[in-house]
Design a protein around this ligand. Structure first.
Ligand SMILES: *Cc1c(COP(=O)(O)O)cnc(C)c1O
Length: 393
Protein backbone atom coordinates (compact mmCIF):
# COMPACT_ATOMS: atom_id res chain seq x y z
CA UNK A 1 0.00 0.00 0.00
CA UNK A 2 1.18 3.51 -0.76
CA UNK A 3 0.59 6.67 1.28
CA UNK A 4 -0.48 8.51 -1.87
CA UNK A 5 -0.98 6.25 -4.87
CA UNK A 6 -0.64 8.24 -8.10
CA UNK A 7 -0.62 5.22 -10.42
CA UNK A 8 -4.40 4.63 -10.68
CA UNK A 9 -4.90 8.26 -11.64
CA UNK A 10 -2.14 8.04 -14.24
CA UNK A 11 -3.75 4.99 -15.83
CA UNK A 12 -6.98 6.99 -16.30
CA UNK A 13 -5.36 9.96 -18.05
CA UNK A 14 -2.11 8.58 -19.45
CA UNK A 15 -3.17 9.09 -23.09
CA UNK A 16 -4.15 12.71 -22.46
CA UNK A 17 -0.89 13.41 -20.60
CA UNK A 18 1.18 11.91 -23.43
CA UNK A 19 -0.73 13.82 -26.09
CA UNK A 20 -0.37 17.12 -24.25
CA UNK A 21 3.36 16.58 -23.61
CA UNK A 22 3.82 15.68 -27.29
CA UNK A 23 2.26 19.02 -28.25
CA UNK A 24 4.81 20.84 -26.09
CA UNK A 25 7.64 18.83 -27.69
CA UNK A 26 6.25 19.82 -31.09
CA UNK A 27 6.00 23.57 -30.48
CA UNK A 28 9.13 23.68 -28.32
CA UNK A 29 8.17 26.60 -26.07
CA UNK A 30 9.39 24.94 -22.86
CA UNK A 31 9.24 28.23 -20.95
CA UNK A 32 6.11 30.44 -21.05
CA UNK A 33 4.42 28.29 -23.69
CA UNK A 34 0.72 28.71 -24.54
CA UNK A 35 -0.22 25.97 -22.04
CA UNK A 36 0.67 28.33 -19.17
CA UNK A 37 -1.97 30.95 -20.03
CA UNK A 38 -4.52 28.26 -20.85
CA UNK A 39 -4.03 26.68 -17.44
CA UNK A 40 -4.14 30.05 -15.68
CA UNK A 41 -7.46 30.87 -17.35
CA UNK A 42 -8.92 27.47 -16.60
CA UNK A 43 -7.94 27.46 -12.90
CA UNK A 44 -8.91 31.13 -12.33
CA UNK A 45 -12.34 30.20 -13.63
CA UNK A 46 -12.55 27.14 -11.34
CA UNK A 47 -11.49 29.17 -8.30
CA UNK A 48 -13.76 32.08 -9.23
CA UNK A 49 -11.20 34.91 -9.39
CA UNK A 50 -10.08 37.18 -12.21
CA UNK A 51 -6.34 36.49 -12.25
CA UNK A 52 -4.12 33.44 -11.87
CA UNK A 53 -0.31 33.54 -12.05
CA UNK A 54 1.42 30.18 -12.49
CA UNK A 55 4.78 29.78 -10.77
CA UNK A 56 7.48 27.27 -9.96
CA UNK A 57 6.28 26.04 -6.54
CA UNK A 58 3.96 26.76 -3.64
CA UNK A 59 6.93 28.31 -1.85
CA UNK A 60 7.51 30.71 -4.76
CA UNK A 61 3.78 31.55 -4.80
CA UNK A 62 4.01 32.65 -1.14
CA UNK A 63 7.31 34.45 -1.73
CA UNK A 64 5.89 36.31 -4.75
CA UNK A 65 2.76 37.28 -2.80
CA UNK A 66 4.91 38.76 0.00
CA UNK A 67 7.16 40.53 -2.54
CA UNK A 68 4.08 41.96 -4.26
CA UNK A 69 3.19 43.52 -0.88
CA UNK A 70 6.77 44.88 -0.62
CA UNK A 71 7.47 42.88 2.55
CA UNK A 72 10.97 43.24 3.95
CA UNK A 73 12.99 44.00 7.11
CA UNK A 74 10.93 45.64 9.84
CA UNK A 75 7.70 43.96 8.77
CA UNK A 76 5.84 41.55 11.03
CA UNK A 77 3.79 38.79 9.40
CA UNK A 78 1.38 36.73 11.49
CA UNK A 79 1.04 33.01 10.79
CA UNK A 80 0.68 29.71 12.64
CA UNK A 81 3.46 27.53 14.05
CA UNK A 82 1.58 24.34 13.07
CA UNK A 83 2.32 24.22 9.35
CA UNK A 84 4.97 23.25 6.81
CA UNK A 85 8.22 25.21 7.12
CA UNK A 86 7.65 27.08 3.81
CA UNK A 87 4.82 29.23 5.21
CA UNK A 88 7.09 31.00 7.70
CA UNK A 89 10.36 30.33 5.85
CA UNK A 90 9.53 32.83 3.10
CA UNK A 91 8.82 35.51 5.74
CA UNK A 92 12.27 35.06 7.27
CA UNK A 93 13.90 34.83 3.85
CA UNK A 94 12.76 38.40 3.09
CA UNK A 95 14.21 39.68 6.36
CA UNK A 96 10.73 40.10 7.84
CA UNK A 97 9.73 38.60 11.20
CA UNK A 98 7.19 35.78 11.58
CA UNK A 99 4.84 36.30 14.53
CA UNK A 100 3.20 33.03 15.49
CA UNK A 101 -0.43 32.65 16.54
CA UNK A 102 -1.56 29.34 18.03
CA UNK A 103 -4.11 27.15 16.26
CA UNK A 104 -7.58 26.03 17.30
CA UNK A 105 -7.55 22.62 19.05
CA UNK A 106 -10.36 21.23 16.87
CA UNK A 107 -9.80 22.61 13.37
CA UNK A 108 -5.97 22.83 13.69
CA UNK A 109 -6.20 26.19 11.86
CA UNK A 110 -5.32 29.72 13.03
CA UNK A 111 -7.30 30.74 16.11
CA UNK A 112 -8.86 34.09 15.20
CA UNK A 113 -9.28 35.17 18.86
CA UNK A 114 -5.57 34.62 19.47
CA UNK A 115 -4.84 36.47 16.23
CA UNK A 116 -6.50 39.63 17.44
CA UNK A 117 -4.94 39.32 20.93
CA UNK A 118 -1.53 39.07 19.29
CA UNK A 119 -2.08 42.10 17.05
CA UNK A 120 -3.21 44.15 20.06
CA UNK A 121 -0.24 42.94 22.13
CA UNK A 122 2.11 43.99 19.30
CA UNK A 123 0.57 47.47 19.17
CA UNK A 124 1.09 47.84 22.92
CA UNK A 125 4.69 46.65 22.72
CA UNK A 126 3.90 43.39 24.50
CA UNK A 127 1.48 41.86 26.99
CA UNK A 128 2.60 39.32 29.58
CA UNK A 129 0.31 36.51 28.45
CA UNK A 130 0.86 36.76 24.66
CA UNK A 131 4.08 35.20 23.34
CA UNK A 132 5.84 37.54 20.89
CA UNK A 133 9.11 37.21 18.99
CA UNK A 134 12.09 38.57 20.89
CA UNK A 135 13.92 40.64 18.28
CA UNK A 136 10.91 42.91 17.87
CA UNK A 137 12.74 45.66 15.97
CA UNK A 138 11.85 49.17 17.10
CA UNK A 139 9.10 50.49 14.90
CA UNK A 140 8.39 47.08 13.37
CA UNK A 141 4.77 46.94 12.34
CA UNK A 142 2.36 44.13 11.56
CA UNK A 143 1.77 44.15 7.80
CA UNK A 144 -0.04 40.95 6.96
CA UNK A 145 -1.46 37.58 7.94
CA UNK A 146 -0.86 34.16 6.35
CA UNK A 147 -3.55 31.71 7.50
CA UNK A 148 -2.97 28.10 6.40
CA UNK A 149 -5.72 25.75 5.15
CA UNK A 150 -4.24 22.82 7.02
CA UNK A 151 -4.78 19.30 5.68
CA UNK A 152 -7.18 20.73 3.08
CA UNK A 153 -9.55 22.51 5.51
CA UNK A 154 -10.00 26.25 4.86
CA UNK A 155 -9.08 28.49 7.80
CA UNK A 156 -11.75 30.77 9.29
CA UNK A 157 -11.52 33.64 6.78
CA UNK A 158 -14.59 35.64 7.81
CA UNK A 159 -13.23 36.73 11.20
CA UNK A 160 -9.63 36.74 9.94
CA UNK A 161 -10.42 39.10 7.03
CA UNK A 162 -12.49 41.32 9.34
CA UNK A 163 -9.59 41.59 11.81
CA UNK A 164 -7.22 42.31 8.92
CA UNK A 165 -9.44 45.12 7.60
CA UNK A 166 -9.78 46.62 11.08
CA UNK A 167 -6.00 46.73 11.56
CA UNK A 168 -5.05 47.58 7.97
CA UNK A 169 -3.33 44.26 7.21
CA UNK A 170 -3.27 42.15 4.03
CA UNK A 171 -4.15 38.45 4.04
CA UNK A 172 -2.36 35.77 2.00
CA UNK A 173 -4.10 32.40 1.93
CA UNK A 174 -1.68 29.46 2.14
CA UNK A 175 -3.86 27.04 0.18
CA UNK A 176 -0.99 24.68 -0.69
CA UNK A 177 -2.94 21.75 0.81
CA UNK A 178 -6.47 22.89 0.01
CA UNK A 179 -6.94 23.42 -3.74
CA UNK A 180 -10.52 22.31 -4.48
CA UNK A 181 -11.89 22.97 -0.96
CA UNK A 182 -14.55 25.57 -0.13
CA UNK A 183 -15.64 28.02 2.57
CA UNK A 184 -19.17 29.45 2.56
CA UNK A 185 -19.57 28.38 -1.08
CA UNK A 186 -16.36 30.12 -2.19
CA UNK A 187 -13.41 28.10 -3.41
CA UNK A 188 -10.06 28.17 -1.63
CA UNK A 189 -7.48 30.47 -3.24
CA UNK A 190 -10.28 33.09 -3.49
CA UNK A 191 -10.67 33.65 0.25
CA UNK A 192 -8.08 36.41 0.82
CA UNK A 193 -6.20 39.19 -1.03
CA UNK A 194 -4.01 36.55 -2.67
CA UNK A 195 -4.41 32.77 -2.62
CA UNK A 196 -1.30 30.61 -3.04
CA UNK A 197 -1.32 26.94 -3.91
CA UNK A 198 1.18 24.19 -4.69
CA UNK A 199 1.15 21.47 -7.34
CA UNK A 200 3.81 19.32 -5.63
CA UNK A 201 3.01 15.63 -6.33
CA UNK A 202 1.54 15.03 -2.85
CA UNK A 203 -0.98 17.89 -3.03
CA UNK A 204 -4.62 17.51 -4.17
CA UNK A 205 -3.99 18.88 -7.70
CA UNK A 206 -0.47 17.89 -8.59
CA UNK A 207 2.02 17.91 -11.43
CA UNK A 208 5.04 15.63 -11.99
CA UNK A 209 7.54 17.91 -10.29
CA UNK A 210 7.28 21.30 -8.62
CA UNK A 211 4.66 23.90 -9.45
CA UNK A 212 2.42 26.51 -7.86
CA UNK A 213 -0.02 29.33 -8.54
CA UNK A 214 -1.14 32.70 -7.14
CA UNK A 215 -4.78 33.81 -7.45
CA UNK A 216 -6.22 37.28 -6.96
CA UNK A 217 -9.07 39.59 -7.96
CA UNK A 218 -6.79 42.62 -7.71
CA UNK A 219 -5.50 43.64 -11.14
CA UNK A 220 -2.60 45.72 -9.81
CA UNK A 221 -1.45 42.89 -7.60
CA UNK A 222 -1.73 40.45 -10.52
CA UNK A 223 0.48 42.69 -12.65
CA UNK A 224 3.08 42.89 -9.87
CA UNK A 225 3.02 39.12 -9.43
CA UNK A 226 3.62 38.61 -13.17
CA UNK A 227 6.51 41.04 -13.05
CA UNK A 228 8.05 39.48 -9.93
CA UNK A 229 7.79 36.02 -11.52
CA UNK A 230 10.28 37.11 -14.22
CA UNK A 231 12.96 39.13 -12.42
CA UNK A 232 10.76 42.18 -11.87
CA UNK A 233 10.30 42.75 -15.57
CA UNK A 234 8.64 45.91 -16.88
CA UNK A 235 7.37 46.23 -20.44
CA UNK A 236 9.79 43.51 -21.52
CA UNK A 237 12.32 41.09 -20.05
CA UNK A 238 15.20 43.54 -20.22
CA UNK A 239 13.43 46.39 -18.49
CA UNK A 240 13.44 45.70 -14.76
CA UNK A 241 11.21 47.79 -12.55
CA UNK A 242 11.72 45.90 -9.29
CA UNK A 243 13.70 42.98 -7.89
CA UNK A 244 12.04 39.68 -8.66
CA UNK A 245 12.83 36.00 -9.01
CA UNK A 246 12.87 33.31 -11.71
CA UNK A 247 9.60 31.78 -10.61
CA UNK A 248 8.05 30.43 -13.80
CA UNK A 249 6.16 27.15 -14.11
CA UNK A 250 7.53 24.84 -16.83
CA UNK A 251 5.27 24.47 -19.87
CA UNK A 252 5.44 20.67 -19.61
CA UNK A 253 4.14 20.82 -16.03
CA UNK A 254 1.27 23.04 -17.18
CA UNK A 255 0.43 20.46 -19.86
CA UNK A 256 0.40 17.70 -17.23
CA UNK A 257 -1.79 19.81 -14.92
CA UNK A 258 -4.28 20.44 -17.74
CA UNK A 259 -4.65 16.67 -18.22
CA UNK A 260 -5.01 16.11 -14.47
CA UNK A 261 -7.55 18.91 -14.16
CA UNK A 262 -9.91 17.07 -16.55
CA UNK A 263 -10.73 14.64 -13.74
CA UNK A 264 -9.95 16.84 -10.75
CA UNK A 265 -13.54 17.87 -9.83
CA UNK A 266 -14.47 14.18 -9.82
CA UNK A 267 -11.42 13.39 -7.66
CA UNK A 268 -12.50 16.02 -5.13
CA UNK A 269 -15.77 14.09 -4.72
CA UNK A 270 -13.89 10.78 -4.46
CA UNK A 271 -11.76 12.32 -1.69
CA UNK A 272 -14.92 13.24 0.24
CA UNK A 273 -16.15 9.68 -0.14
CA UNK A 274 -12.88 8.20 1.11
CA UNK A 275 -12.95 10.56 4.13
CA UNK A 276 -16.59 9.69 4.93
CA UNK A 277 -15.73 6.00 4.71
CA UNK A 278 -12.88 6.48 7.20
CA UNK A 279 -15.25 8.24 9.60
CA UNK A 280 -17.87 5.48 9.28
CA UNK A 281 -15.28 2.72 9.73
CA UNK A 282 -13.85 4.34 12.87
CA UNK A 283 -17.38 4.65 14.31
CA UNK A 284 -18.06 1.00 13.50
CA UNK A 285 -14.83 -0.57 14.70
CA UNK A 286 -14.22 1.56 17.78
CA UNK A 287 -16.86 -0.08 19.93
CA UNK A 288 -17.58 1.89 23.06
CA UNK A 289 -15.28 4.78 23.79
CA UNK A 290 -13.22 6.06 20.91
CA UNK A 291 -9.92 7.40 22.25
CA UNK A 292 -9.04 8.99 18.90
CA UNK A 293 -9.89 12.55 17.85
CA UNK A 294 -10.32 13.93 14.33
CA UNK A 295 -10.05 17.32 12.67
CA UNK A 296 -13.44 19.06 13.01
CA UNK A 297 -14.88 20.23 9.69
CA UNK A 298 -17.23 23.19 10.46
CA UNK A 299 -20.60 23.15 8.66
CA UNK A 300 -19.69 26.11 6.41
CA UNK A 301 -16.61 24.36 5.01
CA UNK A 302 -15.72 21.58 2.58
CA UNK A 303 -12.31 19.97 3.09
CA UNK A 304 -10.42 18.46 0.19
CA UNK A 305 -8.66 16.12 2.63
CA UNK A 306 -5.10 16.97 1.66
CA UNK A 307 -4.26 14.70 4.59
CA UNK A 308 -6.39 12.45 6.77
CA UNK A 309 -4.98 13.19 10.20
CA UNK A 310 -5.85 11.62 13.53
CA UNK A 311 -4.99 12.50 17.13
CA UNK A 312 -3.83 9.66 19.38
CA UNK A 313 -4.46 10.01 23.14
CA UNK A 314 -0.73 10.66 23.74
CA UNK A 315 2.72 10.34 22.17
CA UNK A 316 3.30 6.77 23.44
CA UNK A 317 0.00 5.55 22.02
CA UNK A 318 0.84 7.25 18.74
CA UNK A 319 4.14 5.35 18.61
CA UNK A 320 2.30 2.09 19.30
CA UNK A 321 -0.27 2.81 16.56
CA UNK A 322 2.39 3.74 13.98
CA UNK A 323 4.43 0.64 14.85
CA UNK A 324 1.28 -1.49 14.50
CA UNK A 325 0.59 0.00 11.06
CA UNK A 326 4.19 -0.51 9.97
CA UNK A 327 3.95 -4.21 10.87
CA UNK A 328 0.96 -4.73 8.58
CA UNK A 329 2.57 -2.76 5.73
CA UNK A 330 0.51 0.45 6.08
CA UNK A 331 2.50 3.65 5.55
CA UNK A 332 1.86 6.62 7.82
CA UNK A 333 3.33 10.07 8.41
CA UNK A 334 3.50 12.71 11.12
CA UNK A 335 2.56 16.23 9.97
CA UNK A 336 4.14 17.95 11.87
CA UNK A 337 6.37 16.55 14.62
CA UNK A 338 7.89 19.93 15.61
CA UNK A 339 5.96 23.20 15.58
CA UNK A 340 7.85 25.96 13.79
CA UNK A 341 8.54 28.07 16.90
CA UNK A 342 10.65 25.19 18.26
CA UNK A 343 12.61 24.62 15.03
CA UNK A 344 16.27 25.59 15.04
CA UNK A 345 15.60 27.71 11.92
CA UNK A 346 13.46 30.01 14.06
CA UNK A 347 15.58 29.95 17.20
CA UNK A 348 16.35 33.64 16.56
CA UNK A 349 12.74 34.52 17.32
CA UNK A 350 13.30 33.56 20.96
CA UNK A 351 10.12 31.54 21.42
CA UNK A 352 10.07 28.87 24.13
CA UNK A 353 8.38 25.51 24.70
CA UNK A 354 4.94 26.21 26.15
CA UNK A 355 4.40 29.37 24.09
CA UNK A 356 1.90 27.67 21.77
CA UNK A 357 0.38 24.85 23.83
CA UNK A 358 -2.20 23.73 21.26
CA UNK A 359 0.35 23.35 18.45
CA UNK A 360 2.75 21.57 20.80
CA UNK A 361 0.05 19.17 21.96
CA UNK A 362 -1.01 18.41 18.36
CA UNK A 363 2.60 17.83 17.30
CA UNK A 364 2.97 15.20 20.01
CA UNK A 365 -0.15 13.22 19.12
CA UNK A 366 -1.00 13.66 15.46
CA UNK A 367 -0.48 11.16 12.64
CA UNK A 368 -1.75 10.83 9.07
CA UNK A 369 -2.90 7.73 7.23
CA UNK A 370 -3.05 6.97 3.48
CA UNK A 371 -5.38 9.38 1.65
CA UNK A 372 -6.01 9.68 -2.09
CA UNK A 373 -9.06 9.48 -4.37
CA UNK A 374 -8.47 5.83 -5.29
CA UNK A 375 -8.06 4.33 -1.83
CA UNK A 376 -10.20 1.19 -1.73
CA UNK A 377 -12.66 0.27 0.98
CA UNK A 378 -10.76 -2.96 1.74
CA UNK A 379 -7.57 -0.95 2.24
CA UNK A 380 -9.36 1.47 4.53
CA UNK A 381 -10.77 -1.44 6.57
CA UNK A 382 -7.27 -2.83 7.00
CA UNK A 383 -5.94 0.60 8.09
CA UNK A 384 -8.75 1.22 10.58
CA UNK A 385 -8.51 -2.31 12.01
CA UNK A 386 -4.76 -1.87 12.37
CA UNK A 387 -5.25 1.34 14.33
CA UNK A 388 -8.06 -0.04 16.49
CA UNK A 389 -6.00 -3.14 17.31
CA UNK A 390 -3.16 -0.98 18.67
CA UNK A 391 -5.57 1.23 20.64
CA UNK A 392 -7.25 -1.62 22.47
CA UNK A 393 -4.01 -3.22 23.64
C1 LIG B 1 3.57 22.13 0.40
C2 LIG B 1 3.34 23.36 1.17
C3 LIG B 1 3.97 24.57 0.83
C4 LIG B 1 5.04 24.69 -0.20
O1 LIG B 1 4.72 24.19 -1.45
P1 LIG B 1 5.91 23.67 -2.41
O2 LIG B 1 5.22 23.52 -3.73
O3 LIG B 1 6.40 22.39 -1.85
O4 LIG B 1 6.96 24.72 -2.45
C5 LIG B 1 3.62 25.71 1.56
N1 LIG B 1 2.74 25.66 2.56
C6 LIG B 1 2.14 24.51 2.93
C7 LIG B 1 1.14 24.53 4.04
C8 LIG B 1 2.43 23.32 2.26
O5 LIG B 1 1.85 22.18 2.64
Amino acid sequence: MQFIDLSVQQKRIRASIEERIRKVLDHGQYVSGPEIQELEGCLANYVGVRYAIACASGTDALLMALLAHSVGPGDLILTTPFTFIATAGVIGLLGATPVFVDVDAETFNMDSHRLEETIIALSRGGASDVPLPRPNPAGALPRGIIPVDLFGLPADYEPINAIARKHGLFVIEDAAQSFGAAYSNKMTCSLADVGCTSFFPAKPLACYGDGGMCFTDNGQLAEKLRSIRVHGMGRDKYENVRIGINGRLDTIQAAILAAKFEIFPEEVILRQEVASRYAALFRQKMSGKNPLRFQRIPADRVSVWGQYSILAPDTDERSAILEGLRKIGVPSAVYYPTPLHLQQAFHWLGYRPGDFPVSEDLAGRIFSVPMHPYLEESQQEMIVEGICGSCQN
